[in-house]
Design a protein around this ligand. Structure first.
Ligand code: GTP
Length: 598
């Protein structure tokens, strides 16, 4: 295939602006999939994606299109996720394309991820074609959206295509514009092979399948290749294209997007961002890969039935085969037994992983509340990474604690600005900037500790702005903060599972809330049980679970007052002894009520 007849493009947009629906229409229009086999959101192949109506994984598909100029073109489309947790997927798709359709909802206008994704595409030098979608809606206002694209995103939207993915309006126009405006890929078919792995998935029957963009040279079944980063070599079993199901072809050459199967056992061997080259005639240089992403939100996954531990491990291993951005390592908890500490790119990512483990692997699990990764410098000058409260050294040994900070951009109607600012302040945010995109819409930027963000920020923002705010964030790095570990003591004994990290100023309130909740959850004993919250050795909150009182006077009909007193004295003595010796058994429900996310 001549390079001049290939177009590689992706669709980027804010969540729910209609990317997947638009992809459906393009696939339908080009006859890639027979109409009778079409179903809505064809490319969202995970059950979860269909149910929630969100795209989680990037999905490539190859279409053939006969243009008005009389030529037949190959269009490789990559549908990308819109949610901020999956930005990594978007960045990789962008790096495999020369053009991008920037889809903007005609009734909602430019939102936080529209800007973030568009900037990413501009940075990579992609040709951007703005598409204003959902013009069928009565609330559509395409002219002002067009102005917003120009002013906020900063690209020329003069020729923005007006479309309705739902009703199939503007589809041919989009295809023609892709052919005319997106540059054909550059590359040399004769040069040594260089193919960039932009994704890899695990298939039970075929092993690892690498999704590649061939930059130079050709790749054919039977060829011996070397992965330049890992250094391992393989013989190619099959190469093919996405239609959107896997369809083998003889050769993939420079400019093309397709897949490669080479008897690779684990996804770890097929690094996303690695370059595949020919074994005998290797390329001199590997292609620039991708920035490695690090998980930022952590939580513990524990099987509901303790016997299911091996099953959970197995499921996690399989899941990470498909999603290498998830990390996990074994940990154990007094309350929940053996489990794993897992790392994710964000809350939705965590939620999706939990749900996939349940659905695809049938594992029921308890997830502990999410937390972030802290950095601690001790008085001795050591640096510790703390995943959980128990990793924190004693307060007397700590020199400085640093926490991850995000820069949060929200787009919201101007009437809610006051509330949003108050919320950011309450969450220890630092004001960065505010500008009016129009008299009704505002862009507000704050720096915020990630720990506060993952607590409940998104829900609060949504409820305070009646769902109208959209947000995006990126990481700014670590910054020192006055953080302390609050321990919880039950009957004088530290109960590790309940300790938590928070800002010094919030310690009292949060401690109080925890103690109050525990008071409700711990059943009354025959002796009094004090529940305390402490920072270091200092107790900051205390409440008592009152003792059950057995009526020792019940059998004492009438009788002398001194006899009654004696009985009561004896009871008091007994309780004192019990208090010293008695151990409070904390019911499992108390732990679960505390540790569970939902
Ligand atoms: P993510 O993959 O989660 O980022 O969302 P998306 O951008 O792929 O959006 P999707 O295609 O799932 O569409 C979101 C919703 O908008 C769905 O309910 C669609 O039916 C609806 N929708 C998409 N295009 C149009 C359109 O042109 N008009 C109208 N009225 N609704 C549309």
């Amino acid at each position: 295939m001549s390079l001049s007849r290939i177009r590689n493009f992706c669709i980027i947009a804010h969540i729910d602006h209609g990317k997947s629906t638009l992809a459906d229409r393009l696939i339908e229009y080009t006859g890639t999939v027979e109409i009778r086999k079409m179903k809505a959101q064809l490319l969202d192949s995970l059950d979860l994606e269909r149910e929630r109506g969100i795209t989680i994984k990037l999905v490539p598909v190859r279409m053939s299109y006969k243009s008005k100029d009389g030529n037949e073109y190959i269009l490789n489309l990559i549908d990308t996720p819109g949610h901020v947790d999956f930005t990594y997927e978007v960045s990789r798709s962008i790096a495999s394309c020369e053009g991008a359709l920037l889809v903007v909802d005609a009734s909602q206008g430019v939102e936080a991820q529209t800007v973030a994704n568009a900037y990413m595409a501009v940075d990579q030098g992609l040709e951007i074609i703005p598409v204003i979608n959902k013009i069928d809606l009565p609330s559509a206002h395409p002219e002002s959206v067009q102005k917003e694209i120009e002013e906020v995103v900063g690209i020329d939207a003069d020729g923005a295509i007006l479309a309705s993915a739902k009703e199939g309006i503007g589809i041919q126009d989009i295809l023609e514009r892709i052919v005319a405006q997106v540059p054909a890929p550059e590359g040399d078919t004769e040069a040594p092979l260089q193919a960039l792995i932009f994704d890899s998935v695990y298939n039970n029957y075929r092993g690892v399948i690498c999704y590649v963009r061939v930059v130079n040279g050709t790749i054919t079944a039977g060829q011996n290749v070397r992965f330049m980063v890992t250094g391992s070599s393989y013989q190619i079993e099959e190469v093919g294209v996405f239609r959107p199901l896997f369809e083998p072809v003889e050769t993939l050459s420079a400019g093309e997007v397709g897949y490669v199967i080479a008897n690779i056992k684990t996804v770890a061997e097929a690094h996303v961002g690695d370059t595949i080259t020919d074994y005998e005639k290797p390329a001199v240089k590997q292609l620039p890969g991708y920035k490695k992403v690090k998980p930022v939100v952590f939580c513990g996954f524990y099987p509901v039935e303790r016997d299911d531990y091996p099953q959970l491990r197995d499921a996690l291993e399989k899941l990470t085969l498909n999603d290498s951005s998830i990390t996990f390592e074994p940990e154990s908890s007094e309350a929940l037994g053996f489990g794993f500490r897992c790392g994710f790119l964000g809350l939705l990512h965590m939620d999706v992983a939990k749900e996939r483990l349940h659905r695809e692997f049938g594992v029921d699990l308890v997830a502990t509340a999410p937390n972030v990764l802290y950095e601690i410098t001790t008085k001795e000058g050591d640096i510790i990474e703390a995943h959980r409260p128990s990793d924190f050294p004693d307060i007397s040994e700590i020199e400085e604690v640093r926490e991850p900070i995000i820069r949060l951009t929200t787009f919201l109607p101007s009437e809610f600005v006051g509330k949003a600012m108050q919320l950011c302040q309450d969450k220890r945010g630092n004001y960065v900037s505010m500008d009016y995109l129009s008299p009704e819409r505002v862009r507000l930027v704050y720096d915020l500790p990630l720990a506060e963000f993952i607590l409940d920020f998104h829900d609060k923002l949504k409820s305070q702005t009646r769902g109208f705010a959209s947000l995006d964030y990126d990481y700014r790095g670590y910054s020192a903060a006055d953080l302390v570990r609050v321990d919880v003591l039950i009957s004088g004994e530290a109960a590790d599972a309940f300790s938590f990290i928070c800002h010094k100023d919030a310690a009292f309130h949060r401690g109080q809330a925890v103690v109050r909740k525990l008071k409700e959850l711990i059943p009354r004993q025959l002796f009094e049980v004090p529940i305390q919250a402490s920072v270091g050795r200092r107790v900051i909150v205390r409440q008592n679970v009152k003792a059950l009182r057995k009526d020792v006077l019940a059998k004492c009909y009438g009788g002398d007052i001194s006899r009654k007193r004696k009985l009561l004295e004896k009871q008091k003595e007994g309780k004192k002894r019990m208090k010293q010796l008695g151990k409070v058994s904390i019911p499992q429900e108390a732990f679960l009520a505390f540790l569970k996310v939902d």
